[in-house]
Ligand binder design. Sequence first.
Ligand code: NAP
Length: 446
Amino acid sequence: MTFDYDYFVIGAGSGGVRSSRIAAGHGARVAIAEEYRVGGTCVIRGCVPKKLLVIGAHFAEDLEDARRYGWTIDSKSFDWQTLRDNVLADVDRLNSAYQTTLDSHGVETFLDRATITGPNRVRVGDREVTAANILVATGATPSIPDIPGADLGISSNEMFHLDALPKRALIVGAGFIANEFAGILNQLGVEVTLAVRSGTLLRGWDNSLADRLVAISTEKGIQFRFHHEPASVEKLEDGSLRMHCTNGKALDADLILWAIGRTPNSRGLGLEELGLALKPNGAIPVDADSSTTLPWLHAVGDVTDRLQLTPIAIREGHALADRLFGGPVWRVDHDLVPAAVFSHPPLASVGLSESEARTRLGSVRVFTSDFRPMKNVLAGRNERALYKLVVDGATDQVVGAHMIGPDAPEILQALAIAVKAGLTKAQIDQTVALHPTMSEELVLMR
Ligand code: NAP
C-alpha cells in the first residue's frame, strides 16, 4: 500500500518537532499538524516564558541587594505590561524559529487539528490523508479540579497574558508550577498564598530541600496553608474570589491559579475508537521505544506521562524517528534524569532522595553542606543554600544529588554528569575546589 506520507506527526511541541525533523533528515516524507502554535507548551506557555518571568522577577531582590554593594538606586518601579509584552515577543520569535526549522527540513505543516480516523489514516482540517506511521505528540493540558466554581480560577496558560497583576494570588498545588509562580508573583509584589492539600511541598523531592524552600519562602512573605484542599470557589460582591476548602476553612484572593498537575491530551483524537486502552489519566501506553500495540501508531512526550519534561520528549521523539527511518537504533534512558524547580531560590535534583535511598539500599551515607552564599552574606540576606549528596554505603557510588540555592540548576547539570557516570564519592573528592564559588562545596563535603 502506498501512503501520502511516511510519517504524520500530531502536535508540534518539543517531541513532535524534533521527531519530524529527524525523520525528514533521514529522507522520510513528513507532515506535522498543530492546532495552536508551533513550539508547544515549553516554548509557547511553559519553560521558556516562565524562565524569562523568573529572571525578570529576580531583579526585585538584585536591585535591593545592589545597595549593599554600593549602588544607589534612586527609584525603582516595575511595569508588568513591559515584562509580559517583551516575553511574549520572544515567544513569537521562537515560534517563527520553530516554523523555519520545519520548513527548512521539508516538513509540511498543517495549522489545524488532526484526528485519527482509522489505521494509518488522519483527518486534518477538511482533508483525509494516510501515513505509514503516525506519531501522537500532543502533550498535556493543565488539570482543573472538578469542583463548583473551578472556572473562576485560571491555569498557568493564562498567567502569561494577565492584563495586570493581582493584589492577592492564591495558588493551589505544591509542585513545580505552584512554587515557580509563587516565587515570580512574590518578587513582583503580589501577596501570595499557597494552598497545599497535604503537609508538604514537592512530593518526591528530598524533604530537606522542600523544608528549606518553605522556610525561605515564608521569610520572603509567601504564606502556606497546609491541609487545605479545594472544595468550591465563589465570586464575592467586590469581585474577589473565595475558595472554600474541604476542612471548612475559606481563603480569599483576587486571582486563583490551579497548579495541580497536567493531564495528557489524548481525548478526542480517535484513539479510543481504535480500541487503544488509555491509562486512567488519559496517558497513551507505549513500550520502551515509544510505540503502542498498533504497529503504525507511536506516542512521545507528556501525552505518555512517563516524565513530563521537555528534554525527555525531545529524546523520545528523536530516538523514535531514528528507529523508524533508518538512523541508529537507540533507546531513551529514563533513569537519573535531572530536574529543577525555578522557585526563588531554585531547587535542582538528580537521582534518589535520602528517604528513597534508605528504603532501597542497605546502607546509605549522606553528606550535606548548609551555607550562606557569599553574595547573600554581603547583601545581609539571611538565606542559606543546602547541598546534599546521597551515597550508596556499599559501593561509595553517589546515587543522588540535591541542591537549593542560587543557580542550583546550573550547577546541578554538571554534577548530574558525574552521577550518571556512576562516580564514587571518593572520585568527586579527588577534584580540587574552584575557589571561591558555591559549587566548590560539592567537593568539600566530608
Ligand atoms: P506537579 O508538579 O505534579 O504538582 C501537582 C501538585 O498539585 C502537587 O502538589 C499535588 O499534591 C497537587 N494536587 C494534585 N491534585 C490536587 C487537587 N485536586 N487539589 C489540590 N492539590 C492537588 O504538577 P504541576 O506543578 O502542575 O506541573 C505539571 C508537570 O509539568 C510537572 O509534573 C512537571 O513534570 C512539569 N513541569 C516541569 C517544570 C520544570 O521542569 N521546571 C516546570 C513546570 C512544570 P500531592 O503532592 O498531594 O499529589
